[in-house]
Design a protein around this ligand. Structure first.
Ligand code: ADP
Ligand code: MG
Length: 449
């Protein structure tokens, strides 16, 4: 054995002792020593994204082996393509180039055709997420990479992710696109690992042009080796300029159970938040979805429904399903408020987000929050804090209950319905720019739910 060979086999031995088999197979097995020149060892890795792993996990093994064989502190230099003057004319080189000409594995896109940009209703809460998603589907990997979309359940994250994929395939039919929930990614990875088919797995994922990963928060709590595989896939695609879009139920800063370096990478691109739809957007969504149904939904029914479910689009859809079912059974054509109320009763009863809040309760809660009495709210004094409390209470009465505008006006000491509209519009536009007010209103709402 030459000294180089001794050094390398000693290093491999140490690495094998130190790493789990799967990590060794993946990170070390395909590497090789190019040469040791003076005190510098040049090492070939079959992907530049592996360098970080070597730097963090294998430096000690390299130094130890170097010291044992060369009796000196070696330095290490990583290369990612075979050097032309390499005297290791081994099989690796030819197998690499032949794998490049192998036909690419077929992709199961995993996309649902029904989720498109066309049927995604835009509102204040999702406008930026939608804009970013559109930008990505017009310009893969040149705009935002990765794009990270987060928001609560039922707010359209999965819908947007699919819309990107569907749009890309419409523009570029042979693009390699894959939608996968993070959980499924993990299961596939483990399955391929178990069957010794990691190559297929890697070939599939690393040949993509666009990877859409849903619910990344579910990687939390998984073993480090599994997160590692995702990390590697991410790096391989990203450094290859391939587009990645991720969704999560929380912001990157709150992904506590994920490895820090993963989270760091999520923040390389653009992060967009989706917040719950406001009243008007809920009506627009209901209108949009009810147009596909065989029943007539008058405006006041839509408004009523929009007042019943305030934070989750999935619930709005569920309500429409309940109503369709009942209308079918009862052979109804037009959906009145009464019919709607009856149809959604069961859903509301087992739904913690249901809202049957009397205006009185809203007035109490808002009054307590701002230190204003209900009497003052119902009065007409125009002192600043009273006006604010009054308007917030009107705003919430419109948003959280199914009372008509005149009815709300009446509950506020017999005010005109235009006063209620004015208050509603004013608070609504303030909330958009005033973070404090938004938080105040959120905390009042919490007390009411
Ligand atoms: P998430 O993944 O955020 O939990 P989904 O994307 O699964 O939410 O959305 C739940 C349901 O609500 C889906 O059927 C989706 O089509 C619908 N939806 C959500 N937001 C919108 C929207 N802005 N316009 C139209 N439909 C929407
Ligand atoms: Mg989802």
């Amino acid at each position: 054995m030459t000294k180089e060979e001794q050094f390398w086999s000693r290093f491999l031995e140490l690495a094998q002792l130190q790493l789990k088999d799967s990590a060794y197979d993946f990170f070390v097995a395909d590497s090789k020593l190019v040469k040791v020149d003076g005190d510098t060892a040049t090492i070939y890795l079959d992907g530049n994204y592996k360098e970080l792993f070597w730097e963090t996990n294998l430096k000690n093994a390299l130094i130890t082996a170097g010291f044992e064989i060369y009796n000196t502190d070696l330095k290490f230099h990583f290369v990612f393509e075979d050097l032309p003057n390499s005297h290791h004319k081994d099989s690796r080189n030819s197998s690499l180039s032949s794998s490049a000409t192998e036909p690419l594995p077929k992709i199961e896109t995993g996309l649902k055709a029904k989720y498109t940009f066309d049927n995604f209703v835009q509102g204040d809460g999702n406008i930026w997420a939608k804009a970013a998603a559109l930008a990505v589907s017009e310009n893969l990997a040149t705009t935002y990479n990765p794009l990270f979309i987060y928001g609560g359940p039922g707010l359209g994250k999965t819908h947007l992710l699919n819309a990107i994929g569907n749009q890309i395939l419409e523009n570029i039919p042979n693009a390699r696109v894959k939608y996968v929930p993070a959980e499924t990614f993990i299961n596939e990875f483990l399955e391929h690992l178990r069957l010794g088919e990691m190559k297929t797995f890697k070939n599939t994922y690393r040949s993509l042009d666009l990877l859409l990963i849903d619910d990344i928060q579910s990687l939390g709590g998984k073993k480090v080796t599994t997160q590692e595989e995702f990390f590697n896939t991410f790096n391989a695609l990203h450094s290859d300029n391939k587009q990645i879009v991720l969704t999560s139920d929380r912001s990157p800063d709150h992904l506590d159970s994920l490895e820090e370096r993963l989270v760091t990478r999520f923040k390389w691109g653009l992060t967009q938040n989706i917040t719950p739809p406001d009243f008007e957007t809920r009506i627009a969504i209901l209108r949009n979805k009810s147009e596909d149904l065989d029943y007539i939904f008058p405006n006041d029914t839509l408004e009523y429904l929009a007042g019943q479910f305030d934070s989750n689009v999935r619930d709005l859809e569920g309500a429409l399903n309940d109503i369709s079912l009942m209308a079918k059974v009862k052979k109804l054509k037009e959906i009145t408020i009464d019919v709607a109320a009856e149809a959604i009763r069961a859903r509301k009863n087992d739904n913690t987000q249901m809202l049957v809040i009397p205006i009185e309760k809203i007035q109490d809660a808002v009054g307590a929050f701002y230190g204003v009495s209900v009497k003052e709210m119902k009065g007409s004094r125009r002192v600043q804090n009273i006006v604010l409390a009054r308007q917030v209470a009107m705003y919430l009465s419109r948003e959280m209950t199914d009372n008509s505008l005149p009815r709300i006006g009446k509950e506020f000491g017999g005010k005109d319905h235009t006063t209620v509209i004015h208050a509603y519009e004013k608070i609504k536009s303030m909330v958009e720019t005033d973070d404090n007010l938004r938080l105040e209103i959120q905390s009042i709402k919490k007390k009411l739910n």
